[in-house]
Design a binder for this molecule. Structure first.
Ligand code: TXA
Ligand code: MG
Length: 316
Protein backbone atom coordinates (compact mmCIF):
# COMPACT_ATOMS: atom_id res chain seq x y z
CA UNK A 1 0.00 0.00 0.00
CA UNK A 2 1.24 3.50 -0.81
CA UNK A 3 2.85 5.40 2.04
CA UNK A 4 0.31 8.00 3.20
CA UNK A 5 2.63 9.91 5.54
CA UNK A 6 2.29 13.66 5.15
CA UNK A 7 0.14 13.30 2.05
CA UNK A 8 -2.38 15.69 3.62
CA UNK A 9 -2.41 19.08 5.28
CA UNK A 10 -4.65 18.01 8.18
CA UNK A 11 -7.28 20.59 9.10
CA UNK A 12 -9.06 20.76 12.46
CA UNK A 13 -12.50 22.41 12.29
CA UNK A 14 -15.43 22.89 14.67
CA UNK A 15 -18.00 20.10 14.68
CA UNK A 16 -20.83 22.47 13.86
CA UNK A 17 -23.33 22.11 10.98
CA UNK A 18 -20.87 23.45 8.39
CA UNK A 19 -18.08 21.22 9.71
CA UNK A 20 -20.28 18.14 9.65
CA UNK A 21 -21.37 18.94 6.07
CA UNK A 22 -17.71 19.18 4.98
CA UNK A 23 -16.83 15.96 6.75
CA UNK A 24 -19.78 14.18 5.11
CA UNK A 25 -18.71 15.42 1.67
CA UNK A 26 -15.19 14.06 2.25
CA UNK A 27 -16.61 10.72 3.39
CA UNK A 28 -18.84 10.48 0.32
CA UNK A 29 -15.71 11.18 -1.75
CA UNK A 30 -14.00 8.14 -0.17
CA UNK A 31 -11.85 9.97 2.38
CA UNK A 32 -11.58 9.40 6.13
CA UNK A 33 -12.27 11.96 8.85
CA UNK A 34 -11.61 11.97 12.61
CA UNK A 35 -14.86 12.37 14.53
CA UNK A 36 -15.79 12.53 18.23
CA UNK A 37 -17.95 9.82 19.80
CA UNK A 38 -19.02 9.44 23.43
CA UNK A 39 -16.09 7.05 24.01
CA UNK A 40 -13.04 8.15 21.98
CA UNK A 41 -12.34 9.81 18.62
CA UNK A 42 -12.94 7.53 15.64
CA UNK A 43 -11.42 7.63 12.14
CA UNK A 44 -14.58 7.34 10.05
CA UNK A 45 -15.07 6.35 6.43
CA UNK A 46 -17.78 4.91 4.17
CA UNK A 47 -18.10 1.27 5.29
CA UNK A 48 -19.54 0.29 1.91
CA UNK A 49 -16.42 1.39 -0.03
CA UNK A 50 -13.36 -0.85 -0.13
CA UNK A 51 -11.18 2.02 -1.36
CA UNK A 52 -12.27 4.25 1.53
CA UNK A 53 -11.66 1.51 4.09
CA UNK A 54 -8.21 0.87 2.59
CA UNK A 55 -7.39 4.54 3.27
CA UNK A 56 -8.23 4.06 6.97
CA UNK A 57 -5.93 1.02 7.22
CA UNK A 58 -3.18 2.96 5.44
CA UNK A 59 -3.54 6.09 7.60
CA UNK A 60 -3.39 4.03 10.81
CA UNK A 61 -0.77 1.57 9.61
CA UNK A 62 -3.25 -1.05 10.82
CA UNK A 63 -2.71 -4.72 9.97
CA UNK A 64 -5.41 -5.82 7.51
CA UNK A 65 -6.34 -8.86 9.67
CA UNK A 66 -7.79 -6.51 12.29
CA UNK A 67 -11.44 -5.71 11.43
CA UNK A 68 -13.21 -2.36 12.02
CA UNK A 69 -16.35 -1.42 13.96
CA UNK A 70 -19.24 -0.22 11.79
CA UNK A 71 -21.19 2.71 13.26
CA UNK A 72 -24.91 2.76 12.56
CA UNK A 73 -27.70 5.28 13.12
CA UNK A 74 -29.93 2.75 14.84
CA UNK A 75 -31.65 -0.63 14.67
CA UNK A 76 -32.91 -0.28 11.12
CA UNK A 77 -29.44 0.31 9.67
CA UNK A 78 -28.09 -2.50 11.89
CA UNK A 79 -30.70 -4.90 10.49
CA UNK A 80 -29.56 -4.16 6.95
CA UNK A 81 -26.06 -5.36 7.87
CA UNK A 82 -26.34 -8.17 10.44
CA UNK A 83 -28.53 -11.01 11.69
CA UNK A 84 -30.08 -9.80 14.94
CA UNK A 85 -31.52 -12.54 17.15
CA UNK A 86 -33.58 -12.07 20.32
CA UNK A 87 -30.47 -11.96 22.53
CA UNK A 88 -28.88 -9.22 20.43
CA UNK A 89 -32.19 -7.38 20.23
CA UNK A 90 -32.49 -7.27 24.03
CA UNK A 91 -28.99 -5.75 24.34
CA UNK A 92 -29.73 -3.22 21.60
CA UNK A 93 -32.97 -2.16 23.30
CA UNK A 94 -31.16 -1.72 26.58
CA UNK A 95 -27.84 -0.14 25.58
CA UNK A 96 -28.17 1.64 22.21
CA UNK A 97 -27.32 4.34 21.51
CA UNK A 98 -24.28 3.81 23.69
CA UNK A 99 -20.83 2.26 24.14
CA UNK A 100 -21.76 -1.37 23.47
CA UNK A 101 -20.39 -2.97 20.29
CA UNK A 102 -22.05 -6.20 19.19
CA UNK A 103 -20.27 -8.75 16.99
CA UNK A 104 -23.04 -10.39 14.96
CA UNK A 105 -23.36 -12.67 11.93
CA UNK A 106 -22.91 -10.62 8.75
CA UNK A 107 -26.07 -10.62 6.69
CA UNK A 108 -25.82 -12.21 3.24
CA UNK A 109 -25.41 -9.45 0.66
CA UNK A 110 -24.84 -6.73 3.28
CA UNK A 111 -23.23 -3.68 1.65
CA UNK A 112 -20.10 -3.81 3.83
CA UNK A 113 -16.67 -3.81 2.18
CA UNK A 114 -14.87 -7.13 2.79
CA UNK A 115 -11.91 -5.23 4.21
CA UNK A 116 -14.11 -3.92 7.08
CA UNK A 117 -14.64 -7.40 8.50
CA UNK A 118 -11.19 -8.62 7.46
CA UNK A 119 -12.98 -11.42 5.67
CA UNK A 120 -14.77 -12.70 8.81
CA UNK A 121 -18.39 -13.90 8.65
CA UNK A 122 -19.25 -11.52 11.50
CA UNK A 123 -19.49 -7.74 11.70
CA UNK A 124 -19.00 -5.46 14.73
CA UNK A 125 -21.82 -2.88 15.05
CA UNK A 126 -22.13 0.08 17.35
CA UNK A 127 -24.67 2.90 17.58
CA UNK A 128 -22.84 5.93 19.01
CA UNK A 129 -24.52 8.16 21.60
CA UNK A 130 -22.99 11.40 20.33
CA UNK A 131 -24.78 14.11 18.34
CA UNK A 132 -21.81 14.73 16.01
CA UNK A 133 -21.26 11.05 15.20
CA UNK A 134 -24.99 10.58 14.61
CA UNK A 135 -25.23 13.72 12.45
CA UNK A 136 -22.28 12.52 10.37
CA UNK A 137 -23.87 9.11 9.72
CA UNK A 138 -27.09 10.86 8.69
CA UNK A 139 -25.32 13.39 6.43
CA UNK A 140 -23.07 10.79 4.79
CA UNK A 141 -26.07 8.50 4.32
CA UNK A 142 -23.99 5.32 4.84
CA UNK A 143 -22.80 3.23 7.77
CA UNK A 144 -19.39 4.47 8.93
CA UNK A 145 -16.47 2.14 9.57
CA UNK A 146 -14.44 3.77 12.33
CA UNK A 147 -11.54 2.42 14.35
CA UNK A 148 -10.09 4.61 17.07
CA UNK A 149 -8.33 7.67 15.59
CA UNK A 150 -4.72 6.81 16.42
CA UNK A 151 -1.89 5.14 14.57
CA UNK A 152 -2.01 1.37 15.09
CA UNK A 153 -0.63 0.36 18.49
CA UNK A 154 -0.36 3.96 19.74
CA UNK A 155 -2.34 5.82 22.43
CA UNK A 156 -6.08 6.23 21.81
CA UNK A 157 -7.40 9.77 21.23
CA UNK A 158 -9.90 11.53 23.46
CA UNK A 159 -9.07 15.04 22.15
CA UNK A 160 -8.29 16.49 18.68
CA UNK A 161 -4.67 17.14 19.72
CA UNK A 162 -4.27 13.43 20.47
CA UNK A 163 -5.45 12.60 16.95
CA UNK A 164 -2.84 14.93 15.49
CA UNK A 165 -0.11 13.39 17.69
CA UNK A 166 -0.07 10.28 15.48
CA UNK A 167 -2.20 11.09 12.39
CA UNK A 168 -1.18 14.66 11.43
CA UNK A 169 -0.53 14.72 7.68
CA UNK A 170 -2.10 11.27 7.22
CA UNK A 171 -5.79 12.35 7.14
CA UNK A 172 -7.53 15.41 5.66
CA UNK A 173 -9.79 16.48 8.56
CA UNK A 174 -10.43 16.37 12.31
CA UNK A 175 -13.89 17.39 13.53
CA UNK A 176 -13.33 19.14 16.86
CA UNK A 177 -16.02 18.20 19.37
CA UNK A 178 -13.82 18.87 22.41
CA UNK A 179 -12.75 16.17 24.89
CA UNK A 180 -14.86 13.02 24.76
CA UNK A 181 -17.21 12.22 27.63
CA UNK A 182 -16.39 8.58 28.43
CA UNK A 183 -12.71 8.21 27.61
CA UNK A 184 -12.57 4.41 27.20
CA UNK A 185 -13.53 2.48 24.06
CA UNK A 186 -16.81 0.59 23.85
CA UNK A 187 -17.28 -2.82 25.44
CA UNK A 188 -17.32 -5.51 22.71
CA UNK A 189 -19.57 -8.54 23.06
CA UNK A 190 -20.05 -11.34 20.51
CA UNK A 191 -23.53 -12.80 20.29
CA UNK A 192 -23.43 -16.38 19.09
CA UNK A 193 -26.33 -18.81 19.24
CA UNK A 194 -28.00 -16.84 22.03
CA UNK A 195 -24.80 -16.74 24.11
CA UNK A 196 -22.61 -13.76 24.92
CA UNK A 197 -18.83 -13.65 24.82
CA UNK A 198 -16.93 -10.68 26.16
CA UNK A 199 -14.29 -9.75 23.56
CA UNK A 200 -13.08 -6.44 25.03
CA UNK A 201 -13.56 -4.77 28.41
CA UNK A 202 -14.74 -1.21 27.89
CA UNK A 203 -17.02 1.64 28.85
CA UNK A 204 -19.77 -0.65 30.13
CA UNK A 205 -18.32 -2.90 32.87
CA UNK A 206 -18.70 -6.64 32.24
CA UNK A 207 -20.54 -7.13 35.52
CA UNK A 208 -23.14 -4.55 34.42
CA UNK A 209 -23.80 -6.79 31.41
CA UNK A 210 -24.03 -9.81 33.70
CA UNK A 211 -20.92 -11.35 32.15
CA UNK A 212 -18.68 -13.43 34.39
CA UNK A 213 -15.04 -12.54 34.75
CA UNK A 214 -13.97 -15.90 33.22
CA UNK A 215 -15.70 -14.80 30.01
CA UNK A 216 -12.92 -12.27 29.45
CA UNK A 217 -10.32 -13.45 26.95
CA UNK A 218 -6.68 -13.63 27.94
CA UNK A 219 -4.29 -11.52 25.92
CA UNK A 220 -2.35 -14.33 24.24
CA UNK A 221 -5.00 -15.61 21.81
CA UNK A 222 -7.27 -12.68 21.13
CA UNK A 223 -10.78 -13.37 19.87
CA UNK A 224 -11.09 -9.70 18.90
CA UNK A 225 -8.13 -9.65 16.52
CA UNK A 226 -7.20 -6.12 17.60
CA UNK A 227 -6.58 -7.21 21.16
CA UNK A 228 -2.85 -7.65 20.63
CA UNK A 229 -0.67 -7.70 23.71
CA UNK A 230 1.17 -4.43 22.97
CA UNK A 231 -1.27 -1.62 22.28
CA UNK A 232 -2.14 1.86 23.55
CA UNK A 233 1.61 2.32 23.89
CA UNK A 234 3.46 5.57 24.62
CA UNK A 235 7.01 5.83 23.26
CA UNK A 236 8.53 5.26 26.72
CA UNK A 237 8.42 2.05 28.78
CA UNK A 238 5.52 1.88 31.25
CA UNK A 239 5.73 0.46 34.81
CA UNK A 240 2.49 -0.47 36.61
CA UNK A 241 1.43 -0.59 40.30
CA UNK A 242 3.92 2.13 41.25
CA UNK A 243 3.62 3.67 44.74
CA UNK A 244 6.15 6.41 43.91
CA UNK A 245 8.19 7.71 40.99
CA UNK A 246 11.85 6.95 40.37
CA UNK A 247 14.00 9.92 39.32
CA UNK A 248 13.48 9.53 35.56
CA UNK A 249 9.77 8.64 35.71
CA UNK A 250 6.57 10.56 35.04
CA UNK A 251 4.05 9.23 37.58
CA UNK A 252 0.35 8.95 36.70
CA UNK A 253 -1.38 8.93 40.08
CA UNK A 254 -4.69 7.63 41.39
CA UNK A 255 -6.34 8.30 44.76
CA UNK A 256 -3.75 8.76 47.51
CA UNK A 257 -0.82 8.35 45.07
CA UNK A 258 -0.75 11.95 43.81
CA UNK A 259 1.79 11.67 40.97
CA UNK A 260 2.62 14.34 38.38
CA UNK A 261 -1.03 14.12 37.37
CA UNK A 262 -3.82 12.36 39.27
CA UNK A 263 -6.41 10.34 37.32
CA UNK A 264 -8.82 10.90 40.22
CA UNK A 265 -7.80 12.25 43.62
CA UNK A 266 -11.07 10.97 45.09
CA UNK A 267 -10.53 7.49 43.60
CA UNK A 268 -13.47 7.77 41.19
CA UNK A 269 -13.03 5.20 38.39
CA UNK A 270 -15.36 7.04 35.97
CA UNK A 271 -13.24 10.17 36.31
CA UNK A 272 -10.08 8.09 35.90
CA UNK A 273 -11.46 6.42 32.75
CA UNK A 274 -12.23 9.81 31.20
CA UNK A 275 -8.67 11.04 31.92
CA UNK A 276 -6.67 7.89 31.18
CA UNK A 277 -5.64 8.42 27.57
CA UNK A 278 -5.02 12.15 28.05
CA UNK A 279 -2.76 11.25 30.98
CA UNK A 280 -0.80 8.81 28.78
CA UNK A 281 -0.46 11.47 26.08
CA UNK A 282 0.76 14.01 28.67
CA UNK A 283 3.19 11.48 30.13
CA UNK A 284 4.53 10.72 26.65
CA UNK A 285 5.01 14.45 25.94
CA UNK A 286 6.65 15.10 29.35
CA UNK A 287 10.18 14.35 28.20
CA UNK A 288 10.68 11.85 31.05
CA UNK A 289 12.50 8.63 30.08
CA UNK A 290 9.92 6.31 31.65
CA UNK A 291 6.29 6.32 32.78
CA UNK A 292 4.94 4.83 36.03
CA UNK A 293 1.28 4.35 36.95
CA UNK A 294 -0.28 4.01 40.42
CA UNK A 295 -2.35 0.88 41.23
CA UNK A 296 -5.95 0.97 39.96
CA UNK A 297 -8.55 -1.27 41.67
CA UNK A 298 -9.59 -4.25 39.50
CA UNK A 299 -13.34 -3.66 39.67
CA UNK A 300 -15.99 -1.96 37.53
CA UNK A 301 -14.35 0.41 35.03
CA UNK A 302 -11.03 -0.35 36.72
CA UNK A 303 -10.93 -3.63 34.78
CA UNK A 304 -11.03 -1.84 31.41
CA UNK A 305 -8.52 0.77 32.66
CA UNK A 306 -6.13 -1.98 33.79
CA UNK A 307 -6.62 -3.83 30.49
CA UNK A 308 -5.45 -0.73 28.60
CA UNK A 309 -2.57 -0.14 31.03
CA UNK A 310 -1.34 -3.75 30.81
CA UNK A 311 -1.24 -3.45 27.02
CA UNK A 312 0.52 -0.06 27.27
CA UNK A 313 3.14 -1.73 29.49
CA UNK A 314 3.46 -4.96 27.47
CA UNK A 315 6.79 -5.80 25.81
CA UNK A 316 6.92 -4.28 22.33
O1 TXA B 1 -15.45 3.05 21.35
C1 TXA B 1 -15.05 2.43 20.36
O2 TXA B 1 -15.31 1.24 20.18
C2 TXA B 1 -14.20 3.19 19.33
C3 TXA B 1 -15.07 4.29 18.74
C4 TXA B 1 -14.37 5.06 17.66
O3 TXA B 1 -16.28 3.74 18.26
N1 TXA B 1 -13.68 2.32 18.31
C5 TXA B 1 -12.70 1.42 18.52
O4 TXA B 1 -12.27 0.77 17.37
O5 TXA B 1 -12.21 1.20 19.61
P1 TXA B 1 -10.91 -0.08 17.26
O6 TXA B 1 -10.75 -0.38 15.82
O7 TXA B 1 -9.79 0.65 17.92
O8 TXA B 1 -11.24 -1.42 18.00
C6 TXA B 1 -12.16 -2.29 17.40
C7 TXA B 1 -11.97 -3.68 17.94
C8 TXA B 1 -10.71 -4.34 17.46
O9 TXA B 1 -10.08 -4.97 18.57
C9 TXA B 1 -11.21 -5.36 16.44
O10 TXA B 1 -10.38 -6.48 16.37
C10 TXA B 1 -12.58 -5.70 17.01
O11 TXA B 1 -13.07 -4.47 17.46
N2 TXA B 1 -13.49 -6.21 15.97
C11 TXA B 1 -14.01 -5.57 14.92
N3 TXA B 1 -14.76 -6.41 14.16
C12 TXA B 1 -14.72 -7.60 14.77
C13 TXA B 1 -15.30 -8.87 14.48
N4 TXA B 1 -16.07 -9.07 13.41
N5 TXA B 1 -15.05 -9.89 15.33
C14 TXA B 1 -14.28 -9.70 16.42
N6 TXA B 1 -13.71 -8.52 16.75
C15 TXA B 1 -13.91 -7.48 15.93
MG1 MG C 1 -8.07 1.26 19.07
Amino acid sequence: MADQSNAYKTETIAADAAGIARAAALIRAGQCVAVPTETVYGLACDATSGAAVARVYAAKGRPAFNPLIVHVSGTEMAESLAEIDATARALIDRYWPGPLTLVLPLKAGAPVAALVTAGLSTVALRCPDHPVAQALIAAAGVPLAAPSANASGRITSTRPAHVLASLDGRIPLVLDGGPTRGGLESTIVAVEGGRLHLLREGAIPAETLGLAREAAPVAAEPSAPGQLASHYAPRQPVRLDAARAEADEYLIGFGAVAGDLNLSASGDLGEAAARLFDALHQAEASGKARIAVAPIPEKGLGRAINDRLRRAAAPR
